[in-house]
Design a protein around this ligand. Structure first.
Ligand code: GTP
Ligand code: NA
Ligand code: MG
Length: 297
């Protein structure tokens, strides 16, 4: 990576939306994307990580939606780790809640900048001042207009109020972060979600970090490997190539990859298989080790 430093180029920011259950994360992304994902969710609860790319004033932004339900701690932790910026949503009619605090702690330990969006300000019982007081007392975050340095934007994901300002702030914070990538060459991507589809087999949702991921590329990801058979973007379109910060669903894994593992493109299928098998052996050795000891006891 050091060697390639002079070849670095800007890439779009990856922004993760986090917050307590039902505080409006998916509705905000729906509004930004002009879609209705939240309406179709089982019980109105997000159960997976969704990744989308939008364009605002000619600037691309990649968003990751995360679940707010307390059961999904792991997904929130992962969401905070793959991101450049966290938008912490706090509903103004509910205030700072347990998963608000938890999400904040993930963002803090990932050392990423936080923008607070105070949502649902259209509701008659919204209380922006009280929410800000709770930001201070429960999160130790002081809003900018209270003399602190936490960018805090009142929004309504329902009416759209404040969303332009939020997007402008995201772009501003991203510019200050100097978000860079290696723009060409073999891709490196991070797996943000994986599953088996009945019809399509093992699938990985990935965000390209460096290089260009292409259909036909051979790759490894931990002990799994494969060849990119098809890539589908967040609008359901097939892509031939994916540049940095693009989220895509990849078909062609031999097995379900671990979320959060890194996918590397290699030179050939043989190399991919050999590397993956070596990693698998190592993993098996590791898991055998403690078991043997246990048997002796
Ligand atoms: P989880 O992913 O399950 O944690 O929820 P979420 O944070 O994605 O919340 P979601 O977008 O599912 O919204 C929860 C409820 O709040 C839905 O009924 C939304 O219509 C409503 N809602 C979201 N944003 C607003 C808003 O700005 N104003 C009003 N009045 N309702 C909102
Ligand atoms: Na919800
Ligand atoms: Mg949601």
């Amino acid at each position: 990576y050091e060697k390639e430093k002079d070849k670095l180029a800007p890439r779009p920011p990856v922004v993760t939306i986090m917050g307590h259950v039902d505080h409006g994360k998916t509705t905000l992304l729906d509004k930004i994307r002009n879609t209705h994902v939240a309406d179709k969710e089982e019980g109105g609860i997000t159960q997976s990580i969704g990744a989308y790319q939008i364009e605002y004033n000619d600037q691309k932004i990649t968003f990751i939606d995360t679940p707010g339900h307390e059961a999904f701690t792991e997904m929130r932790a992962r969401g905070a780790q793959v991101t450049d910026i966290v938008v912490l949503i706090i509903a103004a009619d509910d205030g700072v809640m347990p998963q608000t605090i938890e999400a904040y702690n993930h963002a803090k330990s990932a050392n990423v900048p936080i923008i607070v969006a105070i949502n649902k300000i259209d509701k008659p019982n919204a209380n922006i001042e009280l929410t800000k007081q709770q930001m201070v007392s429960k999160l130790n975050l002081i809003p900018e207009d209270w003399g602190g340095n936490t960018i805090t934007i009142p929004i309504s994901a329902k009416t759209g109020k404040g969303i332009d300002e939020l997007l402008e702030m995201i772009i501003l914070v991203a510019e200050m972060q100097e978000i860079r990538c290696i723009p060409e060459g073999k891709a490196r991507a991070v797996i943000i979600e994986s599953r088996v589809d009945k019809a399509m087999g093992p699938l990985g949702t990935v965000i390209v970090k460096d290089g260009i991921l292409k259909v036909g590329d051979d790759f490894i990801s931990g002990s799994t490997y494969g060849r990119v058979r098809r890539m589908i973007n967040d609008r359901g379109e097939s892509l031939k190539r994916a540049v940095p910060s693009t989220p895509v669903q990849v078909l062609g894994f031999n097995d379900v990859p671990n979320t959060h593992s890194i996918m590397y493109v290699v030179d050939s299928k043989e190399e991919a298989r050999a590397l993956a098998e070596k990693i698998k052996e190592k993993e098996e050795e590791k898991s055998k080790g403690p078991a043997k000891r246990h048997m002796r006891l």
